[in-house]
Design a binder for this molecule. Structure first.
Ligand SMILES: CC(C)(COP(=O)(O)OP(=O)(O)OC[C@H]1O[C@@H](n2cnc3c(N)ncnc32)[C@H](O)[C@@H]1OP(=O)(O)O)[C@@H](O)C(=O)NCCC(=O)NCCS
Length: 172
């Protein structure tokens, strides 16, 4: 069993779009209408939008591979790229997605450790993220890793306003 990680470049744009669509669908389609899912997918993962995010120097994407097969991805933001004004001492995990068939093999933790490593290298004091209040699996995972709820914010899935918990882990 081998696990590898690779930082994404613009050359990975189409693969990034593919895995973003696939993992978002797998995770949320059962609890959301097709209209709202499609509206979100179109808005968040169109090639122009992803290209812009890949070119932002304060955002980084990583692919994780399990036995050389792409299994998931991570997106972290610092500074102004963060989706809330958390300041320069914070790092946001905006996306952390493992394909269904690769879950529970330690890959989520592997990506989370990568985010922690980046945060510590850059002297950040905390890592934070937003997670849908109904995403019990991810909330369980974050709690296991040591995140605690520190707030909440709105998130729009198409035209539906949803509640995201903000969860934070302080770095020592
Ligand atoms: C949430 C997610 C990233 C977790 O990744 P994963 O690869 O399945 O989790 P791991 O195998 O790395 O688990 C790491 C540890 O957390 C524990 N864990 C995992 N899921 C858990 C859960 N739902 N509840 C409690 N503990 C959990 C594991 O048992 C493991 O513990 P250990 O270190 O003692 O062995 C993954 O399930 C996923 O991508 N889900 C769909 C997308 C998603 O919801 N992303 C988050 C959006 S905010």
């Amino acid at each position: 069993m081998t696990i590898n990680i690779k930082k994404c470049t613009l050359e990975d744009l189409c693969i990034l779009q593919e895995i973003s669509y696939e993992t978002f669908n797998e995770t949320f389609k059962h609890q959301n209408s097709p209209e709202n899912m499609n509206a979100y997918l179109e808005k968040a993962f169109n090639l122009k939008q992803l290209e812009k995010e890949l070119c932002n120097i304060s955002s980084e994407f990583f692919f994780v591979y399990f036995n050389n097969e792409i299994a998931g991805y991570l997106k972290v933001n610092t500074n102004d790229a963060q989706s809330e004004e958390m300041g320069n001492e914070s790092l946001e995990i905006e996306r952390i997605y493992i394909k269904n068939k690769f879950q529970k093999h330690g890959l989520g933790k592997y990506l989370l450790n990568k985010a922690m490593e980046i945060a510590m290298e850059r002297n950040k004091k905390k890592i934070w993220l937003g997670v849908w209040e109904k995403n019990e699996n991810a909330i369980g995972f974050y709690k296991k890793i040591g995140f605690v709820q520190t707030g909440a914010h709105s998130f729009y899935m198409g035209d539906e306003e949803q509640m995201d918990f903000i969860m934070t882990k302080t770095l020592i």
